[in-house]
Write a protein that binds this ligand. Sequence first.
Ligand code: IPM
Ligand code: MN
Length: 351
Amino acid sequence: MLLPGDGIGPEVVKEGRRVLDAIATRFGHRFVFSEHLIGGCAIDAHGVALPDDTLAACRTASAVLLGAVGGPKWDDPKAKTRPEAGLLKIRKELQLFANLRPIKPSPHLLDASPLRPDIIKGTDILFVRELTGGLYFGEAGRKPHASGEEAWNVMIYNTGEIERVVRMSAQAARKRRGRLTMVDKANVLEVCRLWRSVSAKIMAEEFPDVKYDVVLVDAMAMHLLSRPRDFDVVVTENLFGDILTDEGSMLTGSMGLLPSASLGTSGPGLYEPIHGSAPDIAGKGIANPLATILAVAMLLRHSLGLEQEAATIETAVDAVLAAGHRTRDIAAGKHSIGTEEMGAKVLAAMA
Ligand code: IPM
Ligand code: MN
């Protein structure tokens, strides 16, 4: 299922699809595509950010590839609904509680990061962001207040929600370097004290072989910039994960390089670049399609079990970067190529 969405979404999803077509030809698969509306374009067409037919179609798909949602056109604070509501709803409805965001700077792009190469070199982190709980989905409201108004969002998690995402993270750690870090704010928040106790219990009982530690979120924001190499798998609640992964993307040089996979225990996975709809460059043909192309690799690996095909894409992306091809976001002011051209380079490298 293709959900191109808004802004640069359609441009980057188009390149993702071209890569899937090339994989089909090369490995003798047949992928059946269909396309639906989500986000601002769905609000324009149907008045809702996630139309019923989009959700129903996604439920029957093997996997979903999403571009991005949102843009200034739908930013009116008084609007009844926002594009982002579509994204939150699809995550919740498909029960995609674990959002995998790998951060592994390319050795060919060490100079694209604002951080020193000696700090980021060798970094290989898998962030697992809880995706269907916390402040994003807790009760919210507003009421009059003597000074004007007051507003609230409730941060809420239950044992089961914590267990399943910690378990999935620990399983991932086992297949990697065997280390899991849980990030919280347990010195202040009750919710995080629950995360701490539930997580410690799971780790002790089920994963004694995985080296486990906890780090406070403010400290993590700092460690991510000073010693990123020290982390393997990092699991955290929804909002902390949202913030830390944007920060982490700077280790790679650009948000345009980071893919993500949102998984549940059953049903289709949802794959998307972590960047947004980038309205400032939409329609210009200059967006970096590599995050989406790498999301396609994750889709093949996690939803279709096609490891060799996934690795083929990742190797091709690496070769393209090694050859010096750059979209504007990673060109450091030097010569750059457009979205389609970058897609074509990946296709050529796959061949
Ligand atoms: C992300 C985005 C979304 C989020 C927005 C668009 C709702 O920032 O996928 O990280 O906050 O989850
Ligand atoms: Mn985000």
